[in-house]
Write a protein that binds this ligand. Structure first.
Ligand code: NAD
Length: 292
């Protein structure tokens, strides 16, 4: 039976360390890190994410601003909002909640954010810095995955890591981070042939597919570490349920360690966002980043 990787507990600990770092920045440098979140439209899931981000930002002692814009906001107005936040010295982190309405070019929006304030890590400059091994603001969910893997396995050097999914948000950046950790990285995706046999070679599996319970226990090498990024809402026995991309029961029977859904990777994302905001604030002010 696999060890359960408790992302909720790890994220709680990380938020406590972040709160201490925020207090130190306030005391030593009169610096209060601030995160501005922009939400365009009324997507119910996005509203919940944004509210959670704001709540946790305030809980660690940082400033939080929510900018709600109507669904018919023009691209020009959204870009103007981003520019205003770029120019505001009290704002150290800017996050435009994705997805934005279809009439807006999301890449243009992301690339308008000042890279120094790009706490989501999606600006091409930060993506480029990550892939060339330079200091970068790195996407939050991938950072959370690697934190949990390192906390569970220790040094990841030399491990065979298989990432399922090649999105810009999860798959590609998590693969880059694992490469930085000296893993041998395979990225599998919807066109990969014989996915099961690719996954069977993995010491570390990162599943970021968005397909409920797709990865089965007989794909998993005995003792492997399984990090399940998927968040899928399904109906089972007449009830709504959240499940991951891995079939938890069969994977748990074979894996050495596994993240549950919910309570695994999910809670890490906001904690890493707060972590990035503190990092951005210290860099912008030119002061030493406290230990977190
Ligand atoms: P996405 O749809 O952008 O990308 C999915 C990837 O999976 C694609 O690259 C595709 O090639 C691959 N894929 C699709 N079908 C496949 C198949 N049959 N076999 C192999 N590969 C296949 O999704 P995303 O944004 O990367 O998110 C992935 C999952 O992670 C979703 O369930 C999402 O909800 C979840 N997610 C969770 C968090 C979190 O905070 N925990 C954050 C972001 C995403």
């Amino acid at each position: 039976m696999a060890k359960l990787i408790d992302g909720k507990l790890y994220a709680e600990g990380l938020r406590k360390r972040i709160a201490i770092a925020v207090a130190e920045l306030k005391r030593d440098h009169n610096l209060i890190p601030g995160l501005a979140v922009v939400l365009v439209g009324e997507d119910p899931a996005s509203k919940v994410y944004v509210a959670n981000k704001a709540k946790q930002t305030v809980e660690v002692g940082m400033n939080s601003w929510e900018h709600k814009m109507p669904a018919d906001t023009s691209e020009a107005d959204l870009l103007a909002m981003v520019q205003k936040l770029n120019d505001d010295p009290s704002v150290h982190g800017i996050l435009v909640q994705m997805p934005v309405p279809k009439h807006i070019d999301s890449a243009k929006v992301l690339n308008t954010i000042d890279p120094a304030k790009d706490v989501d890590g999606f600006h091409v400059v930060n993506v480029g810095r990550l892939s060339t091994g330079q200091d970068a603001l790195v996407a939050c969910t991938p950072t959370g995955c690697v934190m949990l893997a390192k906390d569970t396995l220790g040094d990841l050097s030399g491990l065979n890591a298989v990432v399922i999914g090649r999105s810009n948000i999860v798959g590609k950046p998590v693969a880059q981070l694992l490469l930085t950790e000296n893993c041998t990285v395979t990225i599998a995706h919807s066109r990969s042939k014989d996915l099961a046999s690719i996954v069977r070679g993995a010491d570390l599996v990162i599943a970021a597919v968005g397909r409920p319970e797709m990865v089965k226990g007989d794909w998993i090498k005995l003792g492997a570490c399984v990090i399940d990024v998927g968040i899928n809402r399904i109906e089972r026995d007449g009830k709504n349920k959240l499940v991951g991309d891995c079939d938890f029961a069969s994977c748990e029977a074979v894996a050495g360690s596994i993240t549950p859904v919910p309570g695994g990777v999910g809670p890490m994302t906001i904690a890493c966002l707060l972590h990035n905001t503190v990092k951005a604030a210290a860099a912008i002010k030119g002061v030493k980043l406290p230990e977190m």
